[in-house]
Unconditional design. Structure first.
Length: 292
């Protein structure tokens, strides 16, 4: 009993820590366009508040809404980094490309809140870890960049222990501009991206598979296939009110009708929009600057 309790407590602590790190990097990725070449503090710290809504999982009919306030930290080291939507190590850096090892994540969903999943196991917090290559295709202006990103990540579920749930691959074409100018005025930034989320058979089975034990008269057994989960478009707009406060908002749309497992009984909708609004308040920053 004690061993099980300690394991559960350890898993909960790890989940909370990884959720906080994932939320921190994800929030700051929306709040500040990721463009090199401008001197920025080596580290920054402060508070962030964020709220938004999204489908419970790609293809779900039910939506989940979340609000979170938490401390955040950015570190722009030559190797170790917590910036640009990831937390990890940059192992290769040149003018044309870089390779880092970092993580991303997705919050889980209770099956009690999703009609077609009632009686099935909950979807736990999903932690994604692995390498990412980023190729700089163009710098239209000194304040903007066009990149091709190629991340390959293992997906781990933190729920009643740690389970490996397969691999995800999400090639992404992105555009970031930290100073739009024009009619927007100073302090406005934009990030836009188009990507395709691809899962191996194990990951897609976790999202869309129905084992025989969970089949019902209205939910047939289903074995998922590897392939596309969803093409995805995302746009984020940010505004720097002053040197310490930045507001941001984003919207994302998943075209799940193009997925390899759209015939799954758990796949209900062929598209779904996500959105979020938030603010970042910088309380402290280093005097040392870097252009990394």
């Amino acid at each position: 009993m004690t061993s099980k309790f300690l394991t559960a407590r350890s898993t909960l602590s790890s989940t909370l820590l990884l959720s906080a790190l994932t939320a921190t990097t994800a929030v700051f990725a929306q709040a500040e366009p990721d463009v090199d070449g401008k001197n920025r503090p080596v580290w920054e710290a402060g508070l962030a508040a964020f709220g938004g809504g999204s489908p419970a999982y790609p293809g779900a009919e039910e939506r989940v809404s979340r609000a979170i306030a938490l401390p955040w930290f950015v570190y722009r080291g030559e190797v170790f980094r917590a910036d640009g939507g990831t937390f990890g190590a940059r192992v290769v850096k040149s003018q044309a490309m870089e390779i880092d090892i970092g993580f991303a994540g997705a919050l889980g969903a209770s099956s009690d809140d999703v009609e077609v999943r009632k009686g099935m196991p909950d979807l736990g917090f999903q932690f994604e870890f692995g390498p990412r290559a980023r190729f700089i295709l163009s710098n239209p202006t000194p304040d903007s960049v066009v990149r091709l990103e190629v991340p390959l990540r293992a997906v781990l579920e933190f729920k009643d222990g740690i389970k490996q749930r397969g691999f995800s691959f999400e090639p992404r074409l992105s555009y970031a501009n930290r100073e739009l100018g024009g009619g927007f005025g100073p302090g406005w930034g934009l990030t836009a991206s188009a990507s395709v989320v691809i899962g191996d058979r194990k990951l897609n089975q976790y999202l869309y598979g129905v084992d025989n034990a969970f089949a019902t008269p209205t939910r047939s057994a289903y074995t998922a296939k590897s392939g596309i989960v969803s093409p995805r478009l995302q746009v984020a707009l940010s505004h720097k009110l002053n040197k310490d406060v930045r507001l941001f908002g984003f919207t994302r749309y998943d075209f799940t009708g193009s997925g390899a497992n759209k015939d799954s009984p758990l796949h209900i909708k062929n598209g779904g929009a996500s959105f979020g609004l938030g603010a970042v308040w910088t309380i402290g920053r280093s005097s040392e600057m870097t252009s990394y």
